[in-house]
Design a protein around this ligand. Sequence first.
Ligand SMILES: Cc1ncc(COP(=O)(O)O)c(C=O)c1O
Length: 509
Amino acid sequence: MALSLQLDRQSSVPLARQIQIHIERLIREKYLAPGVKLPATRELALALGVNRTTVALAYEELVAGGQARAHVGQGTFVAAPAAGESRPAPPTPARIPLDWSRLFSRSAHMAGSRADRRAAVPAGARPLISFAEGTPDSGMFPTDAFRRVLNQVVKSEGTALLQYPPGGDGYPSLRTYLATYLLRFGVEAREDDILVVNGSQQGFDLIARTFIDPGDVVAMEQPTYPRAIDVFRSAGAQIVPVPWDREGPSADALEQVLMRHRPKLFYCQPTAHNPTGLTMTPEAARRVLDVVARHHVPVVEDGFDGSLYYGERRPFPLRALDRDGLVLYIGTFSKVLFPGLRLGWLVAPPPVVERLRAAKQLADLGTSPLIQAAVHRFCERRLLDRHVARIGREYDRRRSTLLEALGRHMPEGVSWTEPRGGFSLLVTLPAGCDATGLLPRALRRGVGFTPGARFFVDGSGDRTARLSFSSVPVKRIEDGVKRLAEALADWRRSGGPRPAPERLEALVV
Ligand SMILES: Cc1ncc(COP(=O)(O)O)c(C=O)c1O
């Protein structure tokens, strides 16, 4: 680490003291974090043009004051503040500070207001069994195999892969692979129909930038994935919900919404829906496609990878049934491989791909060619197929264990969806019980979940909770469900149902 510091050689303050004061400020104002190694005395002395003993003296004072620790033979390190000690806040600058929030865009305000708030686990609670993480289990990651392919591509193609991606596309072989891969799911896409993106999330963002002006309407299935809602909202869209029934988003409700609100897009997750785990039946999918075709409204299909499904029949993406070219299909390696890759793809008609690619150029100049090449090699060697077969079996076991445990332990009045894909299911709690209110009781009992309201566009869904099974080992699932049942019993004991809204109004009046 280098340190730049203007020493005042005319000052009456000794040079060692000036160095000490400077480093103390950097520590106090958190520019230097605990554990960071200070520059070697010789190095800093050389950089500042002072004697080495001057720097050594400054460091000794820092150590004496508890700001740093010296480790013989290793150097001097910033110390962690002692328990209970808080380093004073930085002094307020003399001039009126700039009010940044006045300058933030509407979109930035929107994004900030929607930042996820996490409930804190109360002190003294039991160790947590968390059904809140809808992520792949990192314990099953094929890390070593991936490290090997990464090494191989760096060795064989490193210089090209570490350059800017030419034309923003980076690694055409991955698109060639994807075109073949998607045929397994009935999706016919040529290389020119595919844009590689930094995860599905970037796919939503590029679609929003390309299609949405402030004030436009986006129709979205309900419940649905909250981060997709956030993207369209922060682009200035008004979101109109289309409720799911057992089979998929209701085609009748969709038709009403399309007629009344004339949305630009309809977003849905037909296969492995988050939060319910349901998949659209082929009949429901055809009804939806028929409606959007009659009204000329494109569909944004957020397609959880079709390889991870439970039961007999692999679900069909809408895109596979789309004869009118209206479906923009988004896929990702986040669930079947690693979310940390930030790698996904978008399938769209070439003129749309061109626009999306232009938006992507503005956003990031392209997805990492290195990551694309490593994933391509991983897939080509059939390592992905092997991995998916293994994790698919395990997630299926977790899903069945959760369903059985819910059947055994949930009290009357609780119902849940039966997932056919994905990582989670949606529980509906007894009348009067809201999931946000239940959560602190559940955390005290040592179980976590995601309150369902976040998945509802119109502020409903208070009585629902998402349970994700992907990250909970089989042997802990039943215990987690028992704890949830205990939390529900606590809730009943503490007064049970709250007055229904009408009752509450009567009380207020
Ligand atoms: C339905 C859905 N869509 C998209 C995403 C984001 O995926 P990615 O990691 O590809 O951005 C998630 C992540 O949980 C998701 O559940």
